[in-house]
Design a protein around this ligand. Structure first.
Ligand code: SF4
Length: 304
C-alpha cells in the first residue's frame, strides 16, 4: 500500500519521535531585556512585554511560572509525557553568564521537564553562552530559537531589527558545533512581499540546514511601534489569501527535513489590532493544508 505523503514536517510528530511521548511547552519570562530595546524602540512589531507573557514583572519568578504552566497544562490535557521549558520573552542570552545559568538551572528542580528552549537574537551569542547551553544536553533536549525574520535587508531595516543576515549566518555556524535543535524565526506578511521573496528565504534556510522554522505572520500588536504605523496608514496587513499563498510557496521550497514549529502568528488575548482574520488560527491552518492538497504539493517539493 502506498504511504500517504505528509504535507509538512510538523512539530508534534517530531517531538513525539524524539521523546516517545507527548510533550508540551511552558513559556517563561525570565525578566531580561533586549539590546535592541535599550538602544531604541526595539523591533517594529514587538510589544512592551518583549513578545512574551510579562509574568516576571507581575511578580512570578521562574519556578512559579513553571509550576503555573504545569498546572495549566494538566487541567487542559489528560496525557502529558513531559514539558519543554521555553525561555521566550525578550532576549534570553542577554545577561551575565551567572544570571543565565541561574535562570536555566531552575528547570533541574522539575523531574518532568525534558527540554530546554532558549529564544534569542543572533547577535547575542558567544562561545561561553553556547558552552553553558551545552551543559544542559546532559539531561535535556536543547533548542536554540534564533530570530532572523527576513533576509531582505530593506525589510530588516524597516522593522528595525538591529542586525543583518551576516550575524544570523555567523550564529548558525557557531551553534552548529553543538547538538542543539536550531530553529529560525521568520516573518511572512511584509508589505509588497512576493513569492520570490519567501522562496529565497526558504532556500537560504535550507542551505544553512537549520533544524526547524517558526513562521510568524506580521500582525499589529497593541503597544508596538507598528501600531502607530498602522494607524498612520503606513502599514497595510497582508490579506489572508496572500498569506496562505506565501506560506505555501515557502513550504514548497523548504527542505523536507526541516521541522515546522509554527505556520502563523497568534497574538496574546486582547493584544491583536490587525489583521482580524489572523485570530482564526485554525481556519488559516486549514486554508494552508487545503491549498497544498489542491496543488498536489507538500514541503520540499520544489526545494532542489
Ligand atoms: S529582538 Fe525580540 S525582544 Fe528585542 S525588540 Fe526585537 S522582538 Fe522585541
Amino acid at each position: 500500500m502506498e504511504m500517504k505523503k505528509k504535507l509538512y514536517n510538523d512539530l508534534a510528530t517530531y517531538l513525539f519521535n524524539v521523546f516517545g511521548k507527548k510533550v508540551y511547552k511552558i513559556t517563561i519570562d525570565a525578566g531580561l531585556t533586549c539590546p535592541n530595546r535599550l538602544n531604541g524602540r526595539g523591533c517594529l512589531y514587538c510589544n512592551d512585554r518583549g513578545s512574551g507573557t510579562g509574568l516576571m514583572s507581575k511578580g512570578y519568578d521562574i519556578e512559579t511560572q513553571i509550576k503555573l504552566g504545569i498546572d495549566g497544562l494538566k487541567r487542559k490535557y489528560k496525557k502529558i509525557g513531559g514539558y519543554i521549558a521555553y525561555f521566550q520573552s525578550y532576549t534570553n542570552t542577554f545577561a551575565p553568564i551567572e544570571v543565565l545559568e541561574r535562570n536555566w538551572s531552575v528547570i533541574r528542580k522539575f523531574d518532568d521537564i525534558v527540554g530546554l528552549s532558549i529564544g534569542t537574537r543572533p547577535d547575542c551569542l558567544n562561545k561561553d553562552i553556547l558552552a553553558l547551553m551545552n551543559t544542559f544536553t546532559d539531561k535535556y533536549k536543547v533548542f536554540l530559537e534564533l530570530g532572523l525574520q527576513t533576509i531582505n535587508e530593506h525589510y530588516l531595516k524597516w522593522i528595525n531589527r538591529g542586525h543583518g543576515v551576516k550575524e544570523f549566518i555567523d550564529a548558525i555556524k557557531m551553534s552548529k558545533q553543538y547538538d542543539f535543535h536550531i530553529v529560525a524565526h521568520v516573518i511572512i506578511g511584509f508589505m509588497g512581499e512576493t513569492c520570490d521573496d519567501v522562496i529565497n528565504l526558504a532556500k537560504f534556510l535550507s542551505s544553512l540546514d537549520v533544524h526547524g522554522v517558526k513562521i510568524h505572520l506580521l500582525y499589529v500588536a497593541k503597544h508596538s511601534p507598528l501600531e502607530e504605523e498602522y494607524y498612520k496608514g503606513n502599514f497595510i496587513p497582508v490579506t489572508r489569501e496572500k498569506y496562505v499563498e506565501l506560506v505555501c510557496a515557502f513550504l514548497e521550497h523548504l527542505k523536507e527535513s526541516i521541522v515546522i514549529h509554527r505556520l502563523t502568528g497568534d497574538a496574546h488575548k486582547g493584544e491583536l489590532i490587525a489583521p482580524e482574520w489572523s485570530a482564526d488560527k485554525a481556519g488559516v491552518l486549514t486554508d494552508i493544508t487545503n491549498t497544498l492538497i489542491r496543488k498536489n504539493s507538500y514541503q520540499g517539493r520544489l526545494w532542489i
